[in-house]
Design a protein around this ligand. Sequence first.
Ligand code: NCC
Length: 276
Amino acid sequence: RSKLSGAELLCQIKEMVQIATLTPDMEPFSGLPWASQLPPRQITADIGPFKTCAVVSSAGSLKNAGLGKEIDAHDAVIRFNAAPTTGFEKDVGSKTTVRLINSQVMASEDHHFLSSSLYSAGILVSWDPGPYSSDLREWFNKTDYPIFKQYQRYRRLHPQQPFYILHPRMEWQLWQRIQDNMVETIQKNPPSSGLLGTVLMMSLCEVVHVYEFLPSRRKTELCHYYQRFSDAACTLGAYHPLLYEKNLVKRMNKGSDRDIYTHGRVTLPGFMTFNC
Ligand code: NCC
């Protein structure tokens, strides 16, 4: 097969990856007493469209990046998992419009998901790496972590905060785009939160700037800008097909290589701005 151009890749993702969140009418949730805790509408119907959006990866190379002002100047900002802003404003900014969290964060004791103020800003969106299937019932019976139990608890404690759950179909449709555009066989694990969040923002925004997903000249083995732990696998991937995700994003980038080198910045067009 021939290698797709950036424009063709963008079209594939726009046309073949459906951005969807769970709603109370979907089976098997519709039959459960807590279904009414789910937002009645799709996230894409509730928020946006935004003009400019920033995706802030949690990479160690954001440390000393001084990108805070630039990031906060966007209309919407997405952050991931336990990535803090307090104490790191100069480098990563302080605005949080959306926080995308994996189910491990929701379930593991050390993240204090139910009580930590880290999660109280902005709109929460969660996801769980279930089986390779788009079937909600199959996933419901076999989630990686107890996402639904934690969701119900959180909603009871913080009923006013908007909180969505991604439809698992999105993970696998996006995974398929990665696999179909690579020569090698990649591991059957879902894309990282970073790529899921990037595609989510492409459906909500006219222009998306992704920071330090493709590492800048500050590239480091430091895993996160907010922790002292080092492991190159954080940037290159182990469980997630991160290296392949990055290759795809590089091909879709509309910005310059210089922007990547100096700012770790990639520019992607929102889906609403192009026709296929
Ligand atoms: O590390 P994590 O991701 O929370 O990072 C968020 C996203 O930023 C991008 N990233 C991060 C570090 C780095 N050096 N380079 C990067 O490009 C990635 O796109 C990443 O998705 C996840 O994807 O959900 C992940 O979550 C962690 C962990 O569960 C949470 O941080 C909570 O502690 C996973 N780590 C482990 O399971 C040990 C990580 O594999 C993926």
